[in-house]
Design a protein around this ligand. Structure first.
Ligand code: NAI
Length: 484
C-alpha cells in the first residue's frame, strides 16, 4: 500500500484533516499515513524551519505530503513554513482548480455562467525569493527572480496538464509590457513551449486585463499560467468567483515531491470549535488521489461531496442561511452517507483506478537546472547605486570625474526615472541614485575595471549596490531607465 506523509497543521488544521481522513477511511482509500511533525507548534519547539529533521526525512523519502494549513510565526526574519516547504522541495507548479459548485451560490452560478478554470502558478521564484534590502533609511529594494529553466518547468507542466485534461485554451498572464526582461522571459518561454503543443490554443493577456476579463467573462478561460506573485493574486480572485477560499483545492507539484493542501489559512478565529469547512482540504485530497491514479475512489468521494453541496447541506461559512448549518463532523458524515450518489450537475466520470506509485528518489546532490544554450557574454558597463541627497547635476559633476578613459556616464535615475542628463524638476527624488556607466565604444570591460570605478565612486558617496550591464549575443541584458 502507498504510504504518504500527513501534517495536520495548526489552528483548524487538525479538525479538517481528521474529517478528510475519516472520509478517506470510509471510502477505503488504499493509503497508509505517516503523521509528521510540522507547523507553527514545531517552530515553537525550536525548529527554525517549522519541521523536525525526522519529518523532513520522511517527506523526502515518501514523496507526497498531505498538509493542513500552518500558521506563519509573526516577526521579522521568520519565513513561512508553507513557503519554505514549497521552495525547499522544488514543487515548482502550484495548480488550483476553480469550478462552479452547485449549492455554493455566487453571482455567476445565479446568472448560469459556468466556471472551470485551472490556474498554474510558478511556485519558487519571483519576489518570493524574499531578497530585499534597505538601500538607505528611506529606500527598500526587492529582487525578483525569473529564470529560464524555472519558467520552463512550470510552463511545460501547465501545457502537459492542459493536454491531458483535454483543455482548449491555455493563456499566459503577465506584465511584460512593463517588466520587459523578467516577465518578458516568462512569456518568451511560454511561446517556445507552445510550439510543441499545436493542438492547444495558446495566447497571452496582460495581468490587469486578465483580472477584468476574469470577473466579467470567467467562462472564456480554461488554463492560465502565471508567475508567482501575479498567480497568487489571480488565484485568490478566482477563488472568489466560485464562492471563496473554502472551495479552492491546491496542489504543489514537483519532480520528486508534491504537496497537497487547502488554500485557506489556519482560521484562528474558529479553531477548536469543530465548525470549519473541510471542503477545500477534501478537494485537495481528491486531487492527490487522482495524482496517485486512484481515479475511481476519488470520483466516488467527489460525487458524494457535490451531491451533499447540491442538497443544501452546509457549514456556517456558506450556503442558504434559511437552512441551519451543521458542524465539521456532521458535514463529513453527510458526505460519507452520500457515497454512491451522483450529483445532478457535472457528475465526475468513474474511471477505473490505475495506481501510480510515487517514485522514491535518493538524490546524492542538488539537481542543477540549466539551459544548454550559451551566448557570447560581455560586460559593457555598470549601474552604481549610491546613497545621496544632492541634486542630479551635482551628482553628475562628481561622477563624471571618476570615469577614467574607459567609461562614460550615460544616465542618472531616481526610482527608475531618468533625472540626468535630461529630466524634470517636477520629479520627486529619494536619497538613492542609480548612476549608469557604459564603456566607451561599447568595448568589453573587466570586473577589475568595474571595481576600480566602484572604488573611485566611494570617495564621494556610500555605494549601496552595483549591477553589471551585460550584453548577450549582441543584445542588451538590461533595461533602460524611464525617459532614457
Ligand atoms: P484564513 O484563511 O486562516 O482566514 C480568513 C477567514 O476565512 C477567517 O475568517 C476564517 O475563519 C475563514 N476561514 C478560513 N478557512 C475556513 C474554513 N475552512 N472554514 C470556515 N471558515 C474559514 O486567513 P488568515 O486569517 O489571513 O491567516 C491565518 C493564518 O494562516 C496566518 O498565520 C497565515 O499565515 C496562515 N496561512 C496559512 C496558509 C497555508 O498553510 N497554506 C495559507 C494562508 C494563510
Amino acid at each position: 500500500m502507498t504510504k504518504i506523509a500527513v501534517a495536520k497543521g495548526d489552528g483548524i488544521g487538525p479538525e479538517i484533516m481528521d474529517a478528510v481522513l475519516g472520509i478517506f477511511d470510509a471510502a477505503k482509500v488504499e493509503l497508509e499515513y505517516e503523521v509528521v511533525e510540522m507547523g507553527k507548534w514545531v517552530f515553537d519547539k525550536g525548529y527554525s524551519n517549522g519541521m523536525t529533521p525526522e519529518a523532513q526525512e520522511s517527506i523526502e523519502s515518501l514523496g507526497i505530503l498531505f498538509k493542513g494549513p500552518m500558521e506563519t510565526p509573526k516577526g521579522k526574519g521568520v519565513k513561512s513554513v508553507n513557503v519554505t516547504a514549497r521552495k525547499t522541495w522544488n514543487t515548482y507548479a502550484n495548480k488550483r482548480t476553480f469550478q462552479t459548485l452547485h449549492g455554493v451560490d455566487t453571482v455567476f452560478s445565479k446568472a448560469g455562467i459556468p466556471i472551470d478554470i485551472t490556474i498554474v502558478r510558478e511556485n519558487i521564484e519571483d519576489t518570493y525569493g524574499g531578497i530585499e534590502h534597505m538601500l538607505t533609511h528611506d529606500v527598500a529594494l526587492g529582487r525578483r527572480f525569473i529564470t529560464r529553466p524555472g519558467s520552463m518547468q512550470v510552463i511545460k507542466y501547465a501545457f502537459e496538464m492542459a493536454k491531458k485534461k483535454g483543455c482548449r485554451r491555455i493563456t499566459c498572464g503577465h506584465k511584460a509590457n512593463i517588466m520587459k526582461i523578467t516577465d518578458g522571459l516568462f512569456l518568451e518561454v511560454f511561446y517556445e513551449v507552445a510550439k510543441e503543443y499545436p493542438e492547444l490554443n495558446a495566447d497571452d493577456v496582460i495581468v490587469d486585463d486578465l483580472c477584468m476579463k476574469l470577473v466579467s467573462r470567467p467562462d472564456l478561460f480554461d488554463v492560465v499560467v502565471l508567475t508567482n506573485l501575479q498567480g497568487d493574486i489571480v488565484s485568490d480572485l478566482c477563488a472568489g468567483l466560485v464562492g471563496g477560499l473554502g472551495f479552492a483545492p491546491s496542489a504543489n507539484v514537483g519532480d520528486h515531491i508534491s504537496i497537497f493542501e487547502a488554500v485557506h489559512g489556519t482560521a484562528p478565529d474558529i479553531a477548536g470549535k469543530n465548525i470549519a469547512n473541510p471542503t477545500s482540504l477534501l478537494l485537495s485530497g481528491i486531487g492527490m488521489l487522482q495524482h496517485l491514479g486512484m481515479t475511481e475512489t476519488s470520483a466516488m468521494i467527489e460525487n458524494a461531496l457535490l451531491y451533499t453541496l447540491e442538497s443544501g447541506v452546509h457549514t456556517g461559512d456558506f450556503g442558504d442561511k434559511s437552512i441551519p448549518s451543521i458542524n465539521t463532523s456532521e458535514f463529513s458524515a453527510s458526505i460519507i452517507k452520500n457515497f454512491g450518489k451522483l450529483p445532478a450537475h457535472n457528475p465526475r466520470p468513474i474511471i477505473a483506478n490505475h495506481y501510480v506509485t510515487p517514485t522514491h528518489f535518493k538524490l546524492e546532490k542538488n539537481p542543477m537546472i540549466e539551459s544548454l544554450e550559451m551566448q557570447q557574454e560581455e560586460i559593457v558597463g555598470v549601474d552604481i547605486i549610491i546613497e545621496c541627497n544632492e541634486q542630479p547635476n551635482d551628482v553628475a559633476a562628481k561622477a563624471l570625474k571618476h570615469t577614467m578613459d574607459l567609461f562614460k556616464l550615460v544616465t542618472i535615475s531616481n526610482r527608475g526615472t531618468q533625472v540626468w542628463p535630461k529630466g524634470s524638476v517636477f520629479t520627486n527624488l529619494v536619497n538613492s541614485y542609480f548612476c549608469r556607466f557604459e564603456s566607451i565604444g561599447d568595448v568589453p570591460v573587466t570586473q577589475t575595471d568595474i571595481l576600480e570605478l566602484y572604488k573611485r565612486m566611494t570617495k564621494d558617496y556610500k555605494v549601496s549596490s552595483i549591477e553589471l550591464l551585460n550584453m548577450w549575443g549582441g543584445k542588451k541584458a538590461y533595461t533602460l531607465a524611464q525617459g532614457q
